[in-house]
Every structure is written in C-alpha cells, then in structure tokens.
Design a binder for this molecule. Structure first.
Ligand SMILES: NC(=O)c1ccc[n+]([C@@H]2O[C@H](COP(=O)([O-])OP(=O)(O)OC[C@H]3O[C@@H](n4cnc5c(N)ncnc54)[C@H](O)[C@@H]3O)[C@@H](O)[C@H]2O)c1
Ligand SMILES: O=C/C=C/C=C(\O)C(=O)O
Length: 486
C-alpha cells in the first residue's frame, strides 16, 4: 500500500492535520494507497515555504541558472519516464500508450519549452520625445508574480499540472500545487525529481486534499498566494473566482467544454474517422478538448455513423496490464455514475443508441472497476441535455446537417467555447468555417495537435485567459514600465 505524503520545503511529510484518505484504483476498485490530507496548518506551511524560496535563492538566481535547472528537470523526468508512467497508470487506469506517448513526455516538454522560451523573450522598448527635446526611454521590466497556487484535475494529471508549473517556475515564481484528490501520485513523485536535480527547497510544494473545506479551498483563500491557475470544471472555477476576489488575486482558468466536430461531405473519410475516433474516445472521453457533438453533412451521415460505430465496437476496454486494452476505465465510481446517468437520460429522451449505453462485462476483477461502454447516439435535438452539458465520458451524439451556415450556428450554440474540429479537404472552406467558430482552439483535419508556443484556452464558460508560449509568460509575470528621462 502506497502512502502519498505532502511535499513541503523539499521534504516529504505527513499532514499535521492528522487526516488522510484512500486512493482507489479505477481498474478494479481496490484501495491502492492512502493520501495525507492538508488542512490549514499544512497549507500555511507550504505557502510560507514557497514565499521563503521566492525571497531566497530562487528569487536571486540568474535566469540562465534557473532555466538550466529546469532543462535538467525535463531530462530527469524523461530518464524516470517509466516511474512516471507507472504512477499515472496506477492512479488513473490510463492505457500505457496514452501515459507513455502523450502524458509523461508532454510533462517533460512543459519544462523544456518554457525554460527555452524565457531565455529568448525580450520586452517592449519605446523611445519618446519630450518638450525639452532631450527625450526619454521606456522599457518593460518583468518580475515573477510571486507564490502561485496550481489547482489541477485528474484527467491528465501530469500533463496539466506541469503545463502550469513549467512556465510558473521558468518565470521565477514558486508554486504550491494541489493535485486532484483522485490523482496524487505524479505530483508527489515530481518532488523527488526536484530534489534530485537540485531545485532549491520550497520552490515546488505539493499539498493533497479535496476542494471545498479542504486543501483546495484553503489554498485559494490563503492571503500569501499571489495568483491562482486552475484547470477543472466550470462551476469549480466559479467557486475559485469568488475565493480569489478576496485580496484581488489574478486567475487563469482552463475549464470545461462541449466541443463540436464538423464533418463535411468533402472530407477524407478515413482521416475523419481516425480523428473523431480519437477526439471522442481517447482517454475514455476524459479530455477537455474531446468531441461530444458530431455534425455530419447529410450525404455521408449514414456511412460515417456506420464506420464510427464499427470503430467504437472495436475498442477493447480493460486494465492497463492487458496489452490489448485500448479503452481504460473512468476515474472513479462517482464519475462512472455521472456518465451512466447521461446514458440513462439519453434513453429517456428517446435517443437512438447506435452502440453502447451500458457497462462492459469482463468476468474478472475489472468488473469491480469503473468501466462504461463507448457509446454513440443519434436522434436528439440540439437543446437536449445530452447536447448541452459536458458529460466527460466515451460518448458522442451524431446529428446530420445540410448547409455550412446552419452547422456553424449549431456548433456555436453552446455555453462553452474550448475547441472545435473541422473535417474537410476544401481549403477555402477550412478558412471560412474555422474563423467563424467560437472556440479558443480550432483544428482542421486534426485533433489535440499541440504546438506549445500557441495560445491555449477557452472562450465563454470554457475559461479565462490564455496560456501557452508568451501568453503563459504574461500570466506568470508582473510587468513594470521603467521610464527614464534623458
Ligand atoms: N480547459 C482545459 O484546459 C481543461 C483541461 C482538462 C480538464 N478540464 C476540465 O476539468 C474537468 C475534470 O476535472 P475535475 O473533475 O478534476 O475538475 P474539478 O473542478 O472537480 O476539480 C479540479 C481541482 O479543483 C479542486 N477543487 C474543487 N473545488 C474546489 C474549491 N472550491 N476550491 C479550490 N479547489 C477546488 C479539486 O480538488 C481538483 O484538484 C472537466 O470539466 C474538464 O473539461 C479542462
Ligand atoms: O484534458 C485536457 C487536455 C488539455 C491539454 C492541454 O492543456 C495541453 O495540451 O496543454
């Protein structure tokens, strides 16, 4: 049985709260560890350690030394990739393919890209005229924002946590990370690697616990926190924003989605099926960027639906130790119940169940895990709950459409605005449609193709602000203008 400690000021320690909770395997429902739960005293210790590091060696360190340490960290993560993959797989039930090809290498890249970016980013400079003719110069200065609270979710724990910690540290901040209660392992393991490569103590701290009334809420309310970066559900974002209002702390939010895929009759059908299979079912549908609404141009509606059905039925649910597995479990019993409640709702609303709608039967320990069948529906209207609410499971609804204007309006008719995917071989159409979609991230003939220098984030209820490339540097630094009269 593993024990997940807090990591504060460079040390692994038990919570002073004396409280702990169990971590359950999503694959078979077994208890696989106990997690130390941080309450007020522990949260305070973590924030103080972060403040001391900010005021100490980390804060004084030359940019090159700091960013070289982060490059060392990226290499060390890659060297220990097998340990990170194992930790992530145990916590989440992810397939080993997803953990080892997507999640863990992206974690390392998140440190590397921002270390390199910081070394190569300049600032604004303006020479100005003055009435006396001597002039003045203005130059932009950057300082770290301070102690950053990083609140991260369970669906891609290491990728999403490092996506924030990477730029925060590159900019010279210190962090207190509160990983999801469902995925404590990789954030904790990263503490070991921080020590191995010599990142000063207190720069990276990890506290475990829940949201309301626990570590999450206590951290975001803490007066010693200067900024809050959060990835998770929209309604959690609303709660955190209220908490951040006290003391006027800056926030960066990456929230939920209800993302459309639009498949035109002029698409390359093989490519379209490959893309939508991934966008709908990768990581068992637990990806914020994932597709839950598919719109298919009427002439190819039947053919597309039949092929996506065949693809979904070829997925093989199972645990990560079975080499044939292509679909893992959902994260928790609670989340499985939520997804199944939508499966029931679709039936109640009279949807046509093209495939799935239930729970797979294994005849082994996986029957105690949190699996659901990949599911495809047709026949529901755009205003049904299935089409409007984020389900976050391996399920999509497919609707036919007739015209470009119609499908753009229907794709945009949502409270969310995170991502959209367009399948077409017509370049003019790609431009025309792409620029009219109300989403932060729009892919044509691709999905989850990420250049980390680009702006990443959502509009409407999908987020506040953008991270990625220089946009991350904007959130994680304070700017001053130094004006010198000559
Ligand atoms: N836009 C993006 O980039 C992006 C990426 C991944 C996931 N997501 C979204 O994340 C959600 C899934 O993740 P989840 O279920 O872990 O989200 P969640 O909102 O339930 O939890 C996220 C984190 O917030 C903490 N938390 C909860 N209440 C809190 C409070 N009041 N104060 C402080 N912290 C609190 C949780 O403990 C956890 O660490 C989905 O909605 C998904 O779309 C968005
Ligand atoms: O589940 C959401 C996945 C989000 C991906 C990123 O934040 C990223 O690629 O940077």
């Amino acid at each position: 049985m593993k024990r997940f400690d807090l990591f504060i000021d460079g040390e692994f320690r038990a919570a002073r709260s004396g409280r702990s909770f169990q971590k359950i395997s999503p694959v078979d429902g077994r208890v696989i560890g106990t997690v130390q739960e941080a309450l007020a005293e522990d949260v305070d210790a973590a924030v103080q350690a972060a403040r001391a590091a900010l005021n100490g060696s980390w804060g004084q360190m030359p940019v090159k030394t700091r960013t070289d340490l982060l490059l060392d960290l990226a290499h060390a993560i890659n060297r220990r990739a097998a340990d990170f993959v194992e930790a992530e797989v145990q916590d989440t039930g992810h397939t080993r393919a997803f953990a080892s090809h997507v999640e863990i290498p992206r974690g390392a890249a998140n440190f590397e890209i921002f270390a390199n970016l910081l070394k190569n980013t300049g600032g604004e400079f303006f020479a100005m005229d003055t009435p006396d003719g001597a002039g003045a110069v203005n130059m932009e200065l950057h300082r770290p924002k301070g102690v950053i609270a990083v609140i991260s979710p369970w669906n891609a724990p290491f990728l999403l946590m490092t996506w924030k910690v990477g730029p925060a540290l590159a900019c010279g901040n210190t962090v207190v990370v509160k990983p999801s209660e469902e995925s404590p392992a990789t954030a904790t393991l990263l503490g070991e690697v921080m020590n191995e490569v010599g990142i000063p103590k207190g720069v990276y701290n990890v506290i475990h616990g829940f949201g309301p009334g626990s570590a999450g809420e206590l951290l975001t309310q803490h007066k010693g926190v200067d900024g809050i970066t959060f990835t998770g559900e929209t309604r959690t974002g609303e709660a955190i924003m209220k908490q951040a209002a006290v003391g006027l702390r800056d926030v960066s939010f990456e929230l939920g989605g209800k993302n459309p895929a639009i498949v035109f009759a002029d698409c390359d059908m093989d490519k379209a099926i490959e893309v939508v299979m991934r966008s709908a079912f990768a990581n068992t549908g637990q990806v914020c960027l994932g597709t839950e609404r598919v719109y298919v141009e009427r002439p190819i509606f039947d053919a597309f639906t039949a092929r996506l059905k065949a693809g979904a039925e070829a997925l093989k649910p199972g645990g990560p130790d079975d080499p044939g597995t292509t679909l893992g479990p959902l994260i928790s019993a609670e989340h499985r119940d939520k997804v199944l409640s939508y499966y029931q709702k679709a039936r109640d609303l009279g949807a046509t169940e093209v495939t799935g709608g239930g729970v797979p039967v294994f005849g082994n320990d996986c029957d105690k895990g949190f699996f659901v069948q990949p599911t495809i529906w047709t026949g529901l209207s755009d205003d049904s709950a299935i089409m409007r609410e984020e389900i976050f499971g391996p399920c999509v609804h497919i609707s036919p459409f007739d015209t470009e204007d119609e499908v753009i309006a229907r794709a945009n008719d949502t409270g969310y605005g995170l991502s959209a995917t367009v399948l077409t071989e017509n370049l003019s159409r790609a431009h025309r449609v792409g620029r009219r979609l109300e989403a932060g991230i729009i892919w044509v003939n691709a999905w989850f193709l990420r250049d980390l220098r680009t702006a990443f984030g959502g509009s409407k209820s999908s987020g506040i602000g953008r991270e990625g490339g220089v946009h991350s540097l904007e959130f994680y630094t304070e700017r001053s203008n130094l004006c010198i009269k000559l």
